[in-house]
Design a protein around this ligand. Structure first.
Ligand code: ADP
Length: 298
């Protein structure tokens, strides 16, 4: 089983010709309302790959709450440890201009109330995995990692969005997953320099954990427990890359959780990431196991 501890949001996305100046009102295109949040996206991505998944998070008492969990519910992610807290659900207000640049205001809402105590009676142990990200309290995330370590789960930390994290927190992690920009920031803070593959190898050795870096169209590379794996990107014509990173994380961890080799897990993650680029939005674009298998068999 995979336990995902993290955020769930509603994304409100509106396209504009250009961003408004302070005090100005401009018209945008009709907005799109979509469920998101890295925790929820990764839980759904792993579930669509066939893993048994429990999501630990929080929603508010507003009308967005049900919508935020609708895909997870429909796909059979266990949601019994999702708490409802007084107030609003996490909401991202996103505007995208004609050049494809975005501006995002993130209202954390209920995500600020996600607590590791919700994990206490979750039945999981060796052979199971915990995935955490950087969108809920780092103090609670650290407690979740302590919980998972105590029970022998494999601990995966997707350090997204990039933020400073303590050495203590990193010492609780088995595998760190980052994109290129996040890798650059971690490397800078750790005083490591060089190209991505040197940095991955040095960081893995220095921090004593597995490191996986996703490289957008160039695929991904990994260094875990002395093994290296590399998958070049799959050529696709991207429509919207939102959710590609979450698709990678969910599919990669689902493969490891199923006992597959590192190389296969990286390949599965890259295929899921590539497929996630082919549809608009994060959750609707996360591929199923059948879609990934068909894509890899081509
Ligand atoms: P993030 O969305 O977190 O920045 P990436 O952009 O590195 O993460 O994308 C995650 C994964 O999705 C990559 O490792 C890759 O396998 C796949 N991917 C992303 N963009 C593309 C693309 N343009 N073409 C093919 N695969 C892609």
């Amino acid at each position: 089983m995979i336990v995902v501890f993290g955020s769930v949001n509603i994304d409100l996305v509106s396209k504009v010709e250009r961003f408004p100046h302070p005090g100005e009102t401009i018209a945008g295109a009709d907005h799109v309302v979509a469920a998101g949040g890295k925790g929820a996206n990764q839980a759904l991505a792993a579930r669509r790959m066939g893993a048994e998944v429990a999501f630990i998070g929080a929603v508010g008492t507003d009308s967005f709450a049900d919508l935020a969990l609708a895909h997870l519910h429909a796909d059979g992610v266990h949601l019994d440890r999702v708490v409802t807290v007084d107030g609003v659900s996490g909401t991202a207000f996103i505007t995208v201009d004609a050049a494809g640049e975005n501006q995002i205001v993130l209202s954390p809402g209920a995500n600020a109330h996600v607590r590791a105590s919700a994990l206490e009676d979750v039945v999981a142990g060796p052979g199971d995995s915990l995935i955490v990200q950087g969108e809920v309290s780092m103090t609670e995330t650290e407690k979740a990692l302590v919980w998972a370590k105590g029970r022998g789960l494999t601990r995966i930390f997707n350090l997204a969005p990039a933020r400073p994290v303590s050495a203590r927190l990193l010492s609780l992690v088995d595998i760190l997953i980052v994109n290129e920009e996040e890798l650059r920031q971690v490397a800078q803070r750790s005083g490591v320099h060089g190209g991505a593959s040197d940095v991955v190898e040095t960081l893995a050795a220095d921090l004593g954990l597995g490191v996986v870096v996703t490289l957008g169209a160039q695929g991904a590379m990994a260094q875990v427990e002395g093994q290296a794996a590399r998958c070049p990107g799959f050529p696709v014509d991207p429509v919207d890359t939102t959710g590609a990173g979450d698709a990678f994380v969910g599919a990669f961890v689902a493969a490891l959780d199923a006992g597959l080799r590192l190389e296969i897990a990286v390949r599965q993650g890259c295929a899921a990431g590539a497929l996630a680029c082919l549809k608009q939005g994060a959750q609707p674009s996360l591929p199923t196991r059948a879609a990934v298998d068909a894509f890899l068999d081509k």
